[in-house]
Design a binder for this molecule. Structure first.
Ligand SMILES: *[C@@H]1O[C@H](CO)[C@@H](O)[C@H](O)[C@H]1NC(C)=O
Length: 127
């Protein structure tokens, strides 16, 4: 009996979690593809060029807002954008790490599709 209740509770918890994730996908005009690179453990150098990549499978037919890539740190988004107006369907965009930025281990890439998607934290160090 106790076991049955636990499974029921687990099922309810899982369903709630799944529907929270599924909700944006059901609305076919919202797409925030997950960032694949940079990921945890990535180290970039200031001034270096890299391809930011993301999972571009299952794009919606219509992507309504402009694409953009920003870096952010714990305290907020950093200007300028590293890239803007590229095609989200390609799954990658070459960027240059601005030489003027400070080294740090709390960087994230933010990919804007129809809504923002953050990479895990990674490190940028001096060249
Ligand atoms: C980014 O990817 C393209 C296509 O694979 C490649 O030609 C280019 O050299 C890559 N850029 C970097 C900085 O790795």
């Amino acid at each position: 009996m106790k076991l049955t209740i636990s499974f029921t509770a687990l099922f309810i918890a899982c369903s709630a979690t799944l529907s929270a994730f599924a909700a944006p996908l059901d609305k076919r005009d919202v797409w925030s593809p997950p960032v694949l690179y940079p990921h945890e453990g990535t180290v970039w150098k200031l001034g270096a060029r890299h391809n930011v990549t993301w999972d571009a499978s299952n794009p919606p037919k219509l992507i309504s807002n402009g694409a953009a890539i920003y870096l952010r740190r714990t305290n907020g988004m950093l200007q300028p954008a590293l890239a803007e107006g590229f095609d989200l369907r390609t799954g990658r965009q070459e960027i240059t790490v601005p030489s003027s930025f400070e080294p740090g281990d709390d960087y994230r890439v933010v990919l804007f599709g129809d809504s923002g998607n953050w990479s895990p934290e990674f490190t940028i160090e001096r060249a």
